[in-house]
Design a protein around this ligand. Structure first.
Ligand code: TMP
Ligand code: ZN
Length: 406
């Protein structure tokens, strides 16, 4: 499978083929599974600019709809993380006269609410209605649209240039990324910055975190690919910082080309990426082989425990669960339910495999023998919360970076 690159028009060769998958965040209701949407989950790298991307493009209206179930403030650690980011901007980039901040995909307003409370002009651009309503309730101003070049032009005409543009776990979701970068170049003040943090290819490869691959992740960014993409649209990568959040992310800072000094971290990370072989097809092919090993090991372990009469339930229903359970063929026969704290996911099913999602009380009320941790990036928070489970002899199954029991 080959496709033209969405950034530069180069050739993208499919190196990782995980087969047919439904949408990661579909979470259908029981009885609504007859006409599930499936696509072929194939990921590859551009020959020219090295951007890693999905080969099949799922229309954004299918993905982000009125009932989009993901809430960014669902974890206490994430809430603190976004409040710290907001405070960081208030202390640095937003100190001039009448500053203006724009967030792309402002979700439930977890970041912008802090900026709103400080009385700073801001605008969230968020097309998913329910989460946009949640942010309005926090005093956040929201434009219910997808961000692109046209939106950027209208925002600039109405509000003036942006001192800060921000996006978290959203920029890599946008298949029209080229238009977003053109829009950022249009909307940013000469002294402004566009900061975004997204799952990092280096961490995904290092951890064999194949579950980060699903329909919403149109791209998996690297420093090298972001540097090249920025350059094409009159921007410059001036800083990049690794983050632990979401199992390994990178925070990129873009500025208008030539406007700011470039941090030495950028060069250091580029060297590290070259040493890791991140720009090579062979690295993705090796990753695909390791993903198959994880699949075989996880399936064998779960089947074996089930055959021994052990009770296994799932913990956490992030979009990642859809990739893992569909790729491994793990359904309700092996895992009768998965618990998740997000109310809008409870009572729903994991797309494709139809494992029911229940409230965390279903877990604590009747501890199983094993819990398969799908929200592995929240391991610390969840294991602390569910200490009693382990104290009573329960064991956690993890599959990142390989299948193991703790
Ligand atoms: P995320 O990795 O995309 O943030 O998704 C994490 C999922 O795990 C989300 O659906 C909420 C769920 N979750 C719990 O059920 N309990 C918890 O304690 C935490 C932190 C997350
Ligand atoms: Zn390219």
């Amino acid at each position: 499978m080959h496709n033209p690159c969405r950034i530069c028009g180069g050739t993208v060769k499919g190196s990782i083929d995980l087969g047919r998958h439904p949408r990661g965040n579909a979470f259908p209701r029981p009885g609504e599974t007859a006409d599930e949407f499936f696509y072929r989950l194939v990921v590859g790298m551009c020959d020219v600019c090295t951007m890693v991307q999905l080969l099949e493009d799922i229309p954004q209206e299918v993905r982000y709809h009125d009932e989009y179930p993901y809430h960014a403030s669902g974890s206490a650690i994430h809430r603190r993380h976004f409040e710290e980011i907001a405070q960081g901007f208030l202390d640095t980039e937003l100190t001039g006269p009448d500053p203006f901040a724009v967030e792309i995909g402002s979700n439930d307003g977890v970041m912008l609410a802090r900026i709103a409370r400080a009385g700073v002009r801001h605008l969230g651009v968020e097309p998913s209605r329910q989460v946009a309503e949640m942010s309005r309730a926090k005093g956040v101003r929201v434009l219910p649209e997808f961000f692109d070049e046209g939106t950027a032009e209208r925002i600039r005409a109405e509000h003036g240039p942006a001192d800060v543009m921000f996006g978290a776990n959203v920029i890599a979701h946008i298949s029209h990324l080229a238009s977003v970068l053109r829009g950022a170049a249009l909307l940013l003040a000469r002294t402004g910055v566009f900061v975004f943090e997204e799952p990092y290819l280096g961490s995904v490869v290092e951890k064999t975190a194949f579950d980060i691959l699903y329909d919403e992740h149109s791209f998996v960014f690297s420093v090298r690919a972001i540097q090249a993409a920025a350059e094409r649209f009159g921007l410059e990568l001036v800083d990049a910082r690794p983050m632990e959040i979401h199992g390994g992310s990178m925070r990129y800072t873009l500025a208008p080309a030539g406007a700011r000094p470039v941090s030495p971290r950028v060069g250091e990370l580029l060297e590290k990426e070259a040493a890791q072989g991140l720009g090579e097809h062979a690295t993705l092919e090796e990753f695909a082989r390791r993903a198959r090993t994880v699949r075989d090991d996880l399936t064998a372990l779960v089947r074996d425990l089930h055959a021994q009469g052990k009770r296994i339930v799932g913990y956490g229903a992030p979009a990642k669960i859809t990739t893992v359970t569909n790729y491994c063929g793990i359904g309700p026969d092996l895992i009768p339910f998965v618990c998740d704290s997000t109310p809008s996911k409870q009572g729903r099913l994991v797309a494709g495999t139809h494992i029911p999602v229940r409230a965390p009380e279903a877990f604590s009320a009747d501890h199983p023998d094993y819990a398969l941790l799908f929200a592995w990036n929240h391991a610390e928070e969840i294991m602390a919360k569910e200490r009693e489970f382990a104290e009573r002899g329960g064991r956690w199954i993890l599959y990142v970076p390989d299948v193991h029991i703790v």
